[in-house]
Structure formats: structure tokens, C-alpha cells
Design a protein around this ligand. Structure first.
Ligand code: ARG
Length: 565
């Protein structure tokens, strides 16, 4: 907590030539309690003073005098380690959590700043794929993380609703679609039309030309083309929305690629004007060879624009509309090159904000259970996956806690929470292996485990049955397990800051696992409810604060915290 870091920094300032803010940045939190609560590494001083860090640490620890809230100072290797007054520390932290409740962890560092987050962004007329799910969940968590830090967040779903493939779809629909059944068309039907188109086009190349013609018509605003395209889009959005609703994922705007159709012309003009374009094999490109990248394609030989062209136009539009401080694209790692090219072109166009665009990439989700990928054709239907998660949890509840009220609601919160937590518990750039046994393991490092820990804490509080107060004897929370838990809870705000800095929600999920482990160590060694009223009151405050931190953390990840499970 700042107060302690500041107190330590002011002690150190007296004995070193470093500024207080420099010292604050250097202060670390040791990994284990026996090394103290805070540590000051002496490497920086060692360079300045040309002395080994260990001897500097030794000297400093002798000349520094511990004054409250610092209780003891000790050199350990190249570090000066500080032990704080546990009572003061616990009191400050637990009072804060108790006062701030749902707001504990919030900050104002982002106030006045805007971040644009582009996430999920699926392609219409196709099923929402697993990478769109990952993007949705990671993006949604990043949205909450930045919101918690006071940023103005703009969540955008950059729908893939433009491109030559819609010409193909129109051709397929006109040839093989059943117009009378139009109203009941689903994404699966649209997908089948695509498949049919490619099968037929392999035999009859003229179909491709027809498709290109139709896409040109669409780009030119032809009313029949537009009407069909809009219809495909409506069908798709309805299906996507069902999944977003299940996951409770919200977007501030659905602005698809088609939106930029009228703007790309000017964008291309600006790029040309900067002298950046070239014609290559009849296509309009930006040569990126000097930057060791393949060229960025702006227009094909038939004049149609491309994914990258629309992304460049979109970036300009977003800057103009939202004047963002940062913009992140939550998109799979396979598009690394695409974003590097787009950013390069923006930079070459002279936009100084190009370096404030970040590609938040992520790995694949792999399914161990082979069965899942063949359930309905080759694609895993996400809706099926979520429904299966809920059904499986429903069964577990029926076995373990058949008298639970609101079984359906709890099954939904736990089932969906389990999927979200799995997705967010590994570093995002790593691949995630999805396996039901581990996803739903109530004893593993899973969503259900964290939710279950939360529900257990709620149950202790129900048993206690009285209001929780922060007016307790803090001397009573000095035991190692209690204090370790307090310290864990104190790390929540910094964890959020770090998660924001690295766009890494897994820092929060892993933190929550640590809090649960710490809580369990406390709970297994100390009775919370006892005849000793004063002690009970103190421990109840700790229990309630832990409950609050778990709830706030899960909420950032987009997961509910049921009171009973
Ligand atoms: N629709 C694209 C896809 O499914 C993802 C779009 C990501 N966002 C963007 N601005 N390019 O691969």
C-alpha cells in the first residue's frame, strides 16, 4: 500500500542520494513473509557508489532506524528488507476494503483518458469461431480492467461484414437458396451456401466472376445486393447476440467493416498523396520491403478494397471520433503481420498516434475432447459448448447439493464462469487446452473453485448473522496465516494495474487463485466462529474482506459470484 511504500521511501531518502519517487519505483514485495513486507534492492546504488550491493544493503540496514509503521529493518543479500507494523497495516487495509466494498481496487489513474478496445469482431454468415470467443472474453476483461482504473472505455465489435465473399454468398443464395424459406435461414444455412459455392466454383470458374460482379454491385450500393447482404447480416447478428447475452458481453458499438466503405476512398487518397503507393501486378500496394514486411494491399486489380484498407480507414475514423489515448485490437496471434503492416502504414501516413495502437494477441484454444469438435460438423458451436457447461454443472449440483435453491441460475453462473475462467487463466499468448475434467474441477485452479470459495465465505457470514464491522481489535490478526491473507488482499489494486499494463487478465485470475489458497491456509488453521466474541469479530472482518476481493476480481473477469453453490 502506498502509505507504507511512502514511509519506507522517506526513510531511505535520508540515507541515499535517490529521489523519493525513484525509491518508490524500486521497492519490491518479497515473495515470502520471512523476507519481510517490502524490500529495497541495492543494485542501482551499487552502480552509483561502485560498491557491491550486499555491503550497501548491510550498511543501510545498520544506519536506518525503524520508526512506525516500519517495525524492523534487516539486510538480506543485496536487499534491505522492511517489516511493517502488522497491526497498522491490517487496520489500514481492512478498513479500506470495508469502506470501499465493490469499489475496492478502483483507481483514477485513467480519468480523462480514452481507450478503444476492438474485440470479438466475428465474420458474418459464419459461426462465431473459438478465437472470436477468446477475443470476446479477453477484450471484455480488458474493458473491465481499464474501466476499474477510471478510463473511458469504448468497446467496438468490428464485424467482418464486407469483402468479396459476400458476392459469393449472394451468388450461392440466388442459385441454390430457398427464397421462400428466407425467414428461417440460420448461420448454418449460410455457411452451407459458402461450402456449396466453393465446390461448384472448383468445377465452374465463371462463378467467381459472377461473385466479383455482385460484390462490386454491393460496393456501389445496388439495392438488391444490399438487401440480401443486410438479411445475411441480421441472421448472423441474431446468433452472435445470443452468445454475447449468455456471456453478458457488451459492446458500445457494432461498427463493421462495411461502415468504412464510403471512407476508404479518401483514406486511399491520403496514402497516395503521401507518395506511399505503387502498382504491383495491377494491384495498389504500399511497399513495405524497407521494413522487412510483405506489401500492404490496398486495392485488388478489380478495385475492391481489402481487410487492411478498411482497418486503416477504421483507425483514422476512431481517432477522429474518440480521440483515444490507446487503442487495442484483441485478435489472435496469426494476425500479427497484418497489424504490423497496418501500424506501419499509419506511421508512414504521419500519424503520431500509430504507436499507441496495440495488438493484444492470443494463442489457440485446443479441445482435448475430440468428441466436441465433431458434434455438429467440423466447427464447435459455441452455443453448444456453453450449454454443455451449464448442463454439466447442473448435474454436479444435483449430486452434491440437491436442496440448493435457484439451481438453474447457479448452474448458469458456474458453467459459464468455468469456461470464462479457463480462457483467462493462462497467459493470453499461450494456447489453452480445454478439457471438461479440469474446466469443471471444483478443487483445481478453476472458476468453480474460486466461486465455491466465495460461497463458503458467504456461508460463514450467514452463520455469523450479525453486521460486519471494521471496529475490531487488529492486534488479533497477527498470526502468520491471517497476516499473509491481509497482505494478499492488499495486492489487489496493484494486480489490476499490472493486468492493465500488460493487457493480461490472467494476472487477475492467478491472483484470485492465490487469495483462495491463502484463505484456505488461514481457514484450516484458525476457527473463525468461536465463543471469543472479540476474536470472532476480527476474523469475520477478514473473511468478509476476502469475500469482497474475490467478488470484485471475478467481476472484472466477467464472472458472477453466487452466494450459495
Ligand atoms: N473479423 C476478423 C477475423 O475474424 C477479426 C477482426 C479484428 N479486428 C480488426 N480491426 N481487424 O479474423
Amino acid at each position: 500500500m502506498d502509505y507504507f511504500v511512502k514511509s519506507i521511501a522517506s526513510l531511505l531518502k535520508e540515507k541515499t542520494n535517490l529521489r523519493e519517487d525513484e525509491i518508490e519505483k524500486l521497492i519490491e514485495i518479497p515473495p515470502v513473509q520471512k523476507m519481510g513486507d517490502y524490500a529495497f534492492p541495492c543494485y542501482t546504488l551499487s552502480k552509483v557508489l561502485k560498491k557491491p550491493p550486499n555491503s550497501i544493503a548491510e550498511e543501510l540496514s545498520k544506519t536506518l532506524h525503524a520508526i512506525s509503521p516500519v517495525a524492523e529493518i534487516r539486510a538480506i543479500g543485496p536487499y534491505v528488507n522492511f517489516f511493517v507494523d502488522k497491526t497498522i497495516f491490517s487496520k489500514m487495509l481492512l478498513k479500506k476494503v470495508h469502506e470501499e466494498q465493490d469499489l475496492y481496487g478502483s483507481a483514477k489513474v485513467g480519468s480523462g483518458k480514452t481507450i478503444v478496445i476492438d474485440y470479438s469482431s466475428p465474420n458474418i454468415a459464419k459461426h462465431l469461431a473459438v478465437h472470436h470467443l477468446r477475443s470476446a472474453l479477453i477484450g471484455n476483461a480488458i474493458y473491465h480492467i481499464y474501466k476499474t482504473l477510471g478510463y473511458n472505455c469504448v468497446g467496438i465489435n468490428h464485424l467482418g461484414d464486407w469483402g468479396t465473399q459476400f458476392g459469393q454468398l449472394i451468388v450461392a443464395y440466388k442459385k441454390w437458396g430457398d427464397e421462400s424459406a428466407r425467414k428461417v435461414y440460420t448461420v448454418t444455412d449460410l455457411n452451407n451456401l459458402y461450402v456449396r459455392f466453393h465446390q461448384e466454383a472448383a468445377k465452374n470458374a465463371a462463378l467467381e466472376d459472377e461473385a466479383r460482379e455482385w460484390f462490386k454491385k454491393l460496393e456501389a450500393g445496388d439495392s438488391e445486393a444490399k438487401e440480401l447482404w443486410q438479411h445475411f447480416k441480421d441472421i448472423s447478428l441474431k446468433e452472435f447476440q445470443k452468445i454475447y447475452d449468455m456471456l453478458e458481453i457488451h459492446f458500445d458499438a457494432f461498427i463493421g467493416e462495411s461502415f468504412y466503405n464510403t471512407m476508404v476512398e479518401d483514406t486511399v487518397k491520403r496514402i497516395k498523396k503521401k507518395g506511399l503507393t505503387k502498382i504491383s501486378e495491377e494491384a495498389l500496394i504500399v511497399d513495405l520491403e524497407p521494413y522487412n514486411m510483405p506489401p500492404c494491399l490496398l486495392r485488388k486489380k478489380d478495385d475492391a478494397t481489402l481487410y487492411a484498407t478498411r482497418d486503416i480507414a477504421a483507425a483514422e475514423y476512431r481517432m477522429k471520433t474518440y480521440t483515444f489515448d490507446n487503442m487495442v485490437y484483441v485478435v489472435g496471434s496469426e494476425q500479427k503481420l497484418h497489424f504490423k503492416q497496418v501500424y506501419k502504414v499509419l506511421e508512414l501516413m504521419g500519424y503520431d498516434w500509430a504507436n499507441r495502437c496495440v495488438h493484444v494477441d492470443f494463442g489457440l484454444m485446443k479441445f482435448k475432447d475430440g468428441k466436441m469438435s465433431t458434434r455438429k460438423g467440423k466447427v464447435i458451436l459455441l452455443e453448444d459448448l456453453l450449454i454443455e457447461a451449464i448442463e454439466r454443472v447442473r448435474k454436479i449440483i444435483e449430486e452434491k447439493n440437491p436442496s440448493l435453491e435457484n439451481k438453474d441460475a447457479v448452474a448458469k453462473e458456474v458453467g459459464i464462469g468455468a469456461v470464462i475462467f479457463t480462457d483467462l487463466s493462462t497467459r493470453r499468448t499461450k494456447d489453452v487446452v480445454f478439457e471438461w475434467e479440469s474446466v469443471l474441477n471444483f478443487e483445481g485452479e478453476t472458476g468453480p473453485y474460486v466461486q465455491y470459495t466465495h460461497a463458503r465465505l458467504c456461508s460463514i457470514l450467514r452463520k455469523y448473522g450479525k453486521p460486519v464491522t471494521a471496529d475490531i481489535n487488529y492486534e488479533l490478526l497477527k498470526e502468520d496465516e491471517a497476516f499473509a491473507l491481509v497482505k494478499n488482499l492488499s495486492q489487489f489494486p496493484t494486480t489490476i494495474l499490472k493486468a492493465a499494463e500488460f493487457y493480461e487478465p490472467s494476472l487477475i485470475s492467478n491472483y484470485l487463485i492465490d487469495v483462495c489458497a491463502s484463505l484456505n491456509r488461514f481457514y484450516n488453521t484458525h476457527r473463525v466462529l468461536s465463543d471469543d466474541e472479540e476474536l470472532t469479530r476480527a476474523r469475520i472482518l477478514l473473511v468478509d474482506s476476502t469475500r469482497q476481493v474475490i467478488k470484485n476480481g471475478l467481476s472484472i473477469l466477467g464472472i458472477h459470484s453466487p452466494d450459495r453453490m
